[in-house]
Write a protein that binds this ligand. Structure first.
Ligand code: NAD
Length: 302
């Protein structure tokens, strides 16, 4: 469903990530039923970080809701790297498992790069394996498994602006491997003119003011102010920052000064309720795609 951006005076279109995520999950569920597939998602958690435990539980629940075979492996914090690699090797060889996700961060004694590269790229539903990074960077979108957060952000951008983003200037703030760089690659492949702003960029606000689309993925609360944004731009806030409140409470805010920027932007995502819910929804979409490709591969091999 495409939603129309409002005129940019005081009535920005609030992009509803929760509703969009529900739409994606409903479509995945319907596809699973119609195609008679049973996608399998294995989620591995090492250690007892409470935030990671919540993320993993939510991913497993969503997978069950989609009709997937959902497996969760909770390993103690002192798990040896070798044991984790053995589990991944077993899941790589299990035909019922189409997606393997290792929740990051891992405890310090485990080499996260080594672990991610050990996942069969066809099952790498986070899209972090070099093979998937390479497919994305070289335009092989049909072969790639693309990182879920940028994929979710792109979905929201297209809801507002439609399928064609040709010629639009997109500024991505942040150059991480999990958000900024894959986001820039995706926008480039949608024919945007892409600029990446990062911690060493001179006059980031002046660069940002040229953008038709701003994607902020930094981790600095309220960095993007109203005077960074061109009137009418579409603003996607990936940041999730927990800040202290008077009285000892905390609350979540993004990288965008929402109250200021909403007076300038034509459309904006809130935090929470914007990009956040899309990440898990796109994980479901990636797992479905992995299961579909596996079925095609089996059919052609047999
Ligand atoms: P990161 O720390 O790996 O990368 C941050 C990037 O921001 C770096 O590339 C750095 O160059 C850039 N940066 C830092 N300070 C800057 C500044 N002052 N001006 C311009 N650029 C600056 O972070 P990440 O993993 O990419 O995550 C970014 C944010 O997105 C975090 O708040 C994170 O919690 C959030 N996040 C949200 C989701 C989601 O599901 N919505 C998923 C992943 C990350």
């Amino acid at each position: 469903m495409k939603i129309a951006p409002s005129s940019f005076t005081n009535q920005p279109c609030l992009i509803d990530g929760k509703a969009a995520a529900q739409e994606v999950v409903a479509a995945v569920k319907a596809a699973v039923e119609q195609e008679g597939l049973r996608p399998g998602l294995a989620v591995i958690l090492v250690g007892d970080d409470p935030a990671s435990a919540v993320y993993v539980r939510n991913k497993s629940r969503r997978a069950e809701e989609c009709g997937f075979l959902s497996q969760q492996f909770s390993l103690p914090a002192d798990t040896r790297e070798e044991a984790l690699l053995q589990l991944i090797a077993r899941l790589n060889g299990d035909p019922a498992v189409h997606g393997i996700l290792v929740q990051l961060p891992l405890p310090g004694h485990i080499d996260a790069h080594k672990v991610i590269q050990a996942i069969d790229p066809r099952k790498d539903v986070d899209g972090f394996h070099y093979e998937n990074v390479g497919h994305l960077a070289t335009g092989g979108l049909t072969e790639a498994l693309v990182p879920c957060t940028p994929l979710g952000a792109l979905f929201l951008i297209k809801q507002v602006l439609g399928e064609s983003l040709r010629g639009l200037h997109a500024v991505v703030i942040g150059r991480s491997n999990i958000v900024g760089k894959p986001m820039a690659s995706l926008l480039l492949q949608h024919d945007c003119t892409v600029t990446i702003v990062h911690s060493r960029t001179l006059s980031p606000e002046a660069v940002c003011r040229q953008a038709d689309i701003v994607v902020a993925a930094v981790g600095v609360p309220g960095l993007v102010k109203a005077d960074w944004v061109k009137p009418g731009a579409v603003v996607i806030d990936v940041g999730i920052n927990r800040i202290d409140q008077p009285g000892g409470d905390t609350r979540l805010v993004g990288d965008v000064d929402f109250d200021g920027v909403k007076t300038v932007a034509s459309a904006i995502t809130p935090v929470p309720g914007g990009v956040g819910p899309m990440t898990i929804a796109m994980l479901m979409q990636n797992t479905l795609n992995a299961a579909r490709r596996s079925r095609i591969q089996q059919a052609t091999a047999g």
